[in-house]
Design a protein. Structure first.
Length: 116
């Protein structure tokens, strides 16, 4: 978040802050088991995360010193028909602009009547 550290999943699959210089990671208090990091705020105080794979996708921010977690927004395509998963969220550090990709599976059901 500050050019000296980065956030990724540790060996236990939970979010942790690691020093670029090396060493063990510090777990991110307030992070849930399946959280994915999105971006740190410009001041390095907050980490924005994509919550576990539910729909709509929940974006939260976690205060890196206290572990306080706050919801930011819920993401779902305007037409959610067939949406199976929100894959990845990207966001500007000020959290004003974002984009995401999603998986959609649509199908057609046909009814045939009178076959012999």
């Amino acid at each position: 978040p500050d050019g000296e550290r980065f956030v990724t999943r540790g060996t236990d699959r939970r979010l942790a802050v690691f020093a670029i210089a090396g060493g063990p990671g510090q777990p991110v208090a307030g992070a849930l088991g399946r959280d994915l990091p999105i971006v740190a705020s410009p001041d390095g105080e907050w980490l924005y995360v994509q919550g576990p794979g539910d729909l709509p996708a929940e974006v939260a921010r976690i205060h890196l010193r206290t572990g306080r977690r706050e919801p930011v927004r819920s993401l779902l395509p305007p037409d959610p028909a067939g949406t199976m998963d929100i894959l990845r969220v990207v966001m500007t550090p000020d959290a004003r602009a974002y984009a995401y990709t999603f998986v959609r599976a649509l199908s057609a059901l046909y009814l045939v009547d009178g076959l012999r």
